[in-house]
Design a protein around this ligand. Structure first.
Ligand code: URA
Length: 435
């Protein structure tokens, strides 16, 4: 086989076989095929797409390139969830203790934040002492005993995807549906779950800017999951503005505590309950969505889900007292109010700019090597559709950095304020379900 012939084949829109796709992925991972040829191949995929079968084969080739986690020692159907990434997305922090509270085992592997999006592992590390690495036996034993455990992804999970993702980032080939779908699904499948709920974000803070694109991505990922024998459901949720009111690390943990205390914002609570309900159904605890939803809601109102969060923190070495006293979480020194320059209505909030501003305040990393400040972040006081007066506070920036002008400018730029009421406020948080 010659890589140049396979690039040519894809350029002409023909379908590649399993052997051909595997040859490309293995050759690149081992360093036998150079970046420039894989770049050309990725661009051909970008323009010509891939069939469902090719996309499933690409996913499997990524899975086979590294470790595959064996969770067979855990009893029951292991469910996982994945978000395609957003700003203020703290859903994993909420659903792990919530789903575990109905007896469904959640063996979660999560990532760190990069650029304008946050990562669950960073958020949990804002809790002093919380261990995000557990050895295999402890991880399995915690899931069997407590129905929940969370760790950072192992370094050798889907190395082919890591290498190709880095190349996509610098060759303008990230926003390709088969490439995103195979990248996401390979990590979920290599992590060993039996069932997967995908939270596909749509809007200004997400990769997918329109509902049609989000639907296509969701359908592609569900088809991959099913073809590789994983029960898979995707929910498409609104990311046209940051989710909830907090963006950062420690302050997102606080907001997750609020949701589990039945004091959460409507959008955050709706997405969390929807994702958790589908996880509980796929995990076999309930026959249908409605019964799962009402049981999970009851776990919140009864305080059992919140107790489970305390237990998760305790078994992973953190101080569970932060749940009753969230002010024990890291606090920033400076709190800067970003004021409205005029009166009117909030037409839109560019979630990506809010994410970038949070990163500039210290909450995120520009490069993988950067360290982060757990106390830095943004509290959103105004959301789309809200009426504002001149000088009303739109959001509050939290930071330990004395120099925060750039973050302030980017946060202000995120808000569009007009005299008239916005015509198209997307009220719903859950826009579609694909199964
Ligand atoms: N997240 C991933 O893991 N991969 C992509 O390609 C895009 C988002």
């Amino acid at each position: 086989m010659r890589i140049v012939d396979l690039i040519q084949k894809k350029k002409q829109g023909e379908e590649l076989t399993w052997d051909e796709i595997n040859y490309i992925v293995q050759g690149y991972t081992k360093g036998e095929i150079p970046d420039y040829q894989i770049s050309a191949f990725l661009m051909a995929v970008y323009f010509k797409g891939m069939s469902k079968e090719e996309t499933a084969n690409l996913t499997l080739a990524f899975v086979n390139s590294g470790d595959v986690v064996d969770l067979s020692a855990i009893d029951g159907i292991k469910v996982d969830k994945h978000s395609t990434g957003g700003v203020g997305d703290k859903i994993s922090l909420i659903v792990i203790p919530l789903v575990a509270s109905v007896g469904v085992p959640v063996a979660k592997m999560s990532g760190r934040g990069l650029g304008h999006t946050g990562g669950t592992i960073d958020k949990l590390e804002s809790i002093e002492g919380f261990k995000t690495t557990l050895d295999r036996n402890e991880f399995i034993s915690n899931v069997n005993t407590y129905k929940m455990a969370i760790v950072g992804q192992s370094a050798n999970l889907t190395p082919a995807d890591k290498k190709i993702y880095a190349l996509r980032d610098v060759t303008a080939t990230v926003d390709s549906i088969p490439l995103i779908a195979s990248s996401v699904m390979s990590k979920k499948i290599a992590s060993g779950a039996d069932a997967i709920v995908l939270d596909v974000k749509v809007g200004s803070g997400a990769f997918m800017k329109s509902l049609d694109e989000a639907r296509e991505l969701a359908e592609t990922m569900v088809a991959i999951g099913k073809s590789l024998n994983r029960k898979t459901i995707a929910v498409i949720t609104n990311m046209s503005q940051p989710l909830g009111h907090e963006v950062g690390n420690a302050n997102e943990v606080k907001e997750a505590i609020d949701v589990l205390s039945n004091k959460g914002s409507a959008d955050e609570t709706a997405v969390a309950l929807t994702v958790a309900s589908y996880m509980a159904v796929l995990g076999g605890a309930f026959a249908d969505y409605d019964s799962a939803y009402s049981a999970l809601k009851q776990k919140i109102t009864s305080g059992q889900a919140l107790n489970n969060l305390k237990e998760l923190i305790k078994i992973q070495g953190g101080n569970p007292d932060i749940v009753d006293n969230p002010d024990m979480l890291p606090q920033a020194e400076y709190h800067i109010e970003v004021k409205s320059p005029n009166e009117g209505y909030v037409q839109s909030i560019n979630a990506e700019n809010i994410g970038i501003s949070a990163m500039l305040l210290g909450a995120g990393r520009k490069t993988k090597e950067d360290s982060i400040d757990f106390s830095a972040g943004i509290t959103m006081l105004k959301k789309v559709g809200d009426q504002v007066n001149k000088d009303d506070t739109l959001c509050v920036l939290h930071t330990n950095l004395q120099e925060h002008d750039a973050a302030e400018r980017v946060a202000l730029k995120a808000f569009a304020i007009n005299e008239s009421k916005p015509q198209t406020v997307i009220e719903e948080t859950v826009l579609a379900v694909i199964s």
